[in-house]
Structure formats: structure tokens, C-alpha cells
Design a protein around this ligand. Sequence first.
Ligand SMILES: *Cc1c(COP(=O)(O)O)cnc(C)c1O
Length: 381
Amino acid sequence: MQVLVSKIEKRSWVEIDIEQLKRNYLLYKSQLPEDFKIIGIIKADGYGHGDIKVAQCLEKLGVHFFAVSNIDEAVGLREAGINGEILILGYTSPYDAKTLVKYDITQAILSDEYANKLRIQGQKVKCHVAIDTGMSRIGLDAKDINKCEESIRSFDTCFNVTGLFTHLSVADSNDKSDIAFTENQIKLFDDVASRVSDLNLQYVHCFNSAAGLHYNYLLSKYVNIDKIVRLGIILYGLHPCDVFDLPNGIAPVLSWKSRVSMVKRVASGNYIGYGRSYETKSDMIIATVPTGYADGYNRLLSNKGFVLIHGKKAQIVGRICMDQLTVDVTGIPNVKMDDTVTLIGKDGSNTITAEEMAQEVGTINYEIVCDISKRVQRFYD
Ligand SMILES: *Cc1c(COP(=O)(O)O)cnc(C)c1O
């Protein structure tokens, strides 16, 4: 028997607004020239939003291509009934070649060495060849264009090569030299693509969320590159960076909630939490919240971050524990056990964004949402 668990019984949970996800997709798409296609980037469990639910939503909107980071994610999507193309953007063990073929999964070819190891498995794996145009992470070096061409042609004899891709490293910057760098990455990619244009590869792609908005004009010049965006962060309503505004109406899809587990008065001169890092300088009212770093709540927010209770900001006091944290609710009347606590999202007129949390701890919003751990159940409205 399946036990239905409601949010009411949860200690810490995430709410995903599927309607907002749809709006984000449609708004983003409306910013592109009409014939652009979207690859839904749902790696890392859809940036923590739940890859299967996100894929199902996008499929209904006409997206038939998804990209993930590893074979477990890819197989999970197939087993959930996702039929579209699924590309693994990073490493898969060559020993998994049979599984790739069995589930009709497309694998990125990372290097000549990778291709050689995959080749000896004797499987006609569907693949996209990664090209390195300046990020120095994965892919064939675009600067050695003759070698690039030779490799791609040799891969085409033993694998089912259906695509070519590169990744842009500073497409989210408006710095002049970064713009020149990005334009050069795109040019290098087009050069490689033009050398193998006779292979008629189905998918030749290089844009992430940010590039789709700011560099799509280049595709009238570089005709060997297909009009495809690998849409990640903006789909989830989050900023790729802090220099560009998002199109109007695009908003975060994810909220993270918890509840008050205990409220108490703490007299002046007491300490709160591990390490006695916070000392009360006056009588305070402290609320305990059952969410901690094991839930993915970044411990660097100790004595720094805040949560929302009754629509008001409550400062985190003391260190964040594995499963709990403590906040100052002295200025918020009538806080009681079981009251809802907003960790990310909106409550009344106040909002806490993943961007703000990221800034506090010196990271990016991508990491904040990816870090929300599996034990925090996701609910879909
Ligand atoms: C993650 C990723 C993307 C998506 O990037 P966003 O900035 O989230 O749009 C696109 N391409 C590759 C290769 C990626 O790894």
C-alpha cells in the first residue's frame, strides 16, 4: 500500500511550481528566433528540482531532447518513460557501452583516448563529439582543426555520430574581453563544424541559457551551427549571473520550506549552538528549525543567513547543525511550534532567493539548489 505523505507531516520540504516552470520555458522561447530548438538540461536531478517531473513537463511543451550528467540519470529517465533523445554530457565508463545502446542513450565523446576505449567494446553507440573551444575541460582541441576533423571522421566509422557540441565558459559576462572570447569560441566551433558538414550531423550545438539570449544573432553568420539552446538555469527561473536581467516574468520555480520545532526564551548571557559562536546580549526568543546541513542548507550561513517566519526575516543565530538550525524570533510576535518557515522563496512581502544565499557564502545559485539533499521531499503543484 502506498502511503501518501503530505507537506503537513514534513520536517523540511521543497515545493516546485510546475506552472512557473512552463511559463519560464515559454517566455525564454519567446525571446529566441522562431526556429530555435531547446535541449532541456536536467542534470543533477534537474538542478535539484526533480529531473523526471521537469522532463515530463517539458515533453508536453514539445521538448524532445534532454541532457544529463551521468548514466544513472539517463537510465532513470528512460525507465520513467521519457522517449526523447537523452545526451550524457560527461563521463560514462566505456564498460557501460551496452547499456547506452540498450536504452538508446547518446554519449558525449570526451577525447580520442575515450573514443578508443569505447570503440573496443564493439557497440555502435550513439554519440555527440565534444569540442574544446577554450574551456579546457573536455573535448577535442578545436585549434588543431585537422586532427579534429580526422578524429570525428574516424569516430563516424565505428559509432553512430549524431552531433557535435562545445561549451562556452563566459557567455554570462558583459565584459568586453569576455564577449570577444565567447565570439571566438563560437567561431572556432563553426570552423570545426564546417570541416565535417558533409556528415550532415543532426545536432550541432553550443549555447547555454545565457548565450541563447545574447549570442543567437551570430547563427545567421555561422551557418554550420544549428539553432539549438541547451537550456539550464533560466528554465528554473534563476540567473546565470548577476549582470543581465532575466526576461520579464521569468521567476524561480523552487521554494524550500521547513517548520518551527520548538520556541523558547533564552536569557541574556547564554550561548547558542555548537562552539558557543553566538552569545545572547539580551533576553531573546529563539526558534529551532529542523533543517540542517545534511539537508543541504549551507553551513557557511551560520550567524549570517536568515529565514522567513510570518512573512518576517529571522536571523540565523549560532552554527547550523547537521539536522537543525536556530533563529532569532524576538521581534516576531506569536511564533509557535509547527509554524511554516521559508528557507528559499516568498512569504508575504519578503523573499529569500538562491542568489542571495549564494552571495552570502561565496558560491553560485546553481550550487545552492543542487545541494538540497534527497531526504528533502519535493512536492509538485
Ligand atoms: C550545465 C550545462 C549547460 C546549461 O548551462 P546553464 O548555464 O544552466 O544554462 C549547457 N551545456 C552544458 C555542456 C552544461 O554542462
